[in-house]
Design a protein. Structure first.
Length: 257
C-alpha cells in the first residue's frame, strides 16, 4: 500500500492511498482539490473514494470539486457528520469496515476534537485527522477532555507499536517544544526534535511516525509517566490520567515556547 502526503493550505495534509500497481486511489481529508488532482494525475490514478476524519472546512473544502471531477465517488464520514459533510454518501460507526480502491479501512470513532471524529485504519497505517497529531493532539472544539483522553489512550495508543500515524497538520516542531517543556528530562524528545528539525529544514514532512514513537515522546499519551505526572502535580492538578490530560490540553492552548 502506498501513502502519498499532499500538502494543502499552509500546514494541512491530505493523503492519497493506493495499492501498488492499482489504477485507483482513495483520499483522506481533501482540504483542497487542485493538489490532490495533480498528484492523482501524476500517478495515473483515478479517485474512487474520500474518507473524512471530521467536518471542519480545512479538511473537506476540496470535496465538491473532487466530486465534480470524479462523478460517483464514495464519501465516507461518521454518522454524527451526516448533515455536516456535504456529499457524504455513506456514514459509519465505530468498528465499521469499508472498502475503497481495493483497500479495507476500519473506522475508529475518536470523539473529542469533534463529536464525529474518526481515525481510519488500514493495515499498519492510521489516519488520525486532528485527534492525534505527531507529539500532540487536537483542541477540544465539541467534546470533553475525558472523551479525547479515552479516544487517545483506549483506542489509538493501543494500536500495534509499528502502526504509522498520518495526522492532519504539520504541527510537529511546536508540539515537540511543548513536550520538552513538560518533560525536560526526556531524551527521546530531544532526539526527535533534532530529527524533525532536519526534515523540515529539507522541506520534507514530519509524517509519519509510529505509535511507539508517540508513546515515547507525546505527552498526551504519557499521562501516567512519572515526569508528566510530576508536571501536573506541580501545577496543582489531580494526578489521575484524565486530570493530567485535561491540564496538559489547557496548558498547550496558551503555550508560547
Amino acid at each position: 500500500m502506498l501513502v502519498e502526503p499532499v500538502a494543502c493550505f499552509s500546514d494541512n495534509y491530505a493523503y492519497v492511498i493506493a495499492l501498488e500497481g492499482s489504477s485507483s486511489a482513495a483520499v483522506v481529508d481533501p482540504s483542497q482539490s487542485a493538489p490532490v488532482e495533480a498528484l492523482l494525475a501524476s500517478r495515473g490514478w483515478s479517485l474512487a473514494a474520500v474518507l473524512c476524519t471530521h467536518h471542519h472546512p480545512d479538511h473537506i473544502d476540496g470535496l465538491e470539486a473532487l466530486a465534480s471531477s470524479y462523478p460517483g465517488i464514495e464519501v465516507f464520514a461518521h454518522e454524527r457528520d451526516r448533515d455536516r459533510i456535504p456529499g457524504a454518501t455513506r456514514t459509519v460507526e465505530h468498528g465499521d469496515t469499508v472498502e475503497a480502491a481495493g483497500i479495507s479501512f476500519r473506522a475508529m470513532h475518536v470523539p473529542g476534537h469533534t463529536v464525529g471524529a474518526l481515525a481510519w485504519c488500514a493495515g499498519r497505517e492510521v489516519f488520525t485527522g486532528d485527534t492525534l497529531f505527531l507529539a500532540g493532539c487536537g483542541r477540544l472544539f465539541e467534546g470533553t477532555a475525558q472523551m479525547l483522553y479515552e479516544s487517545l489512550h483506549d483506542r489509538l495508543a493501543v494500536l500495534p507499536p509499528d502502526t504509522r500515524v498520518w495526522c492532519g497538520h504539520e504541527y510537529t516542531e511546536s508540539n515537540l517544544r511543548f513536550a520538552a517543556h513538560v518533560e525536560p528530562g526526556n531524551a527521546a524528545v530531544r532526539v526527535r526534535q533534532q530529527a524533525v528539525r532536519m526534515l523540515r529544514t529539507q522541506g520534507r514532512p514530519s509524517v509519519p511516525a509510529t505509535i511507539a514513537e508517540e508513546l515515547d515522546t507525546n505527552p498526551f499519551l504519557r499521562c501516567h509517566q512519572p515526569g508528566v505526572v510530576e508536571y501536573a502535580r506541580a501545577a496543582g492538578a489531580q494526578t489521575d490520567g484524565a486530570s493530567v490530560f485535561a491540564l496538559l490540553r489547557d496548558h498547550k492552548n496558551t503555550f508560547r515556547g
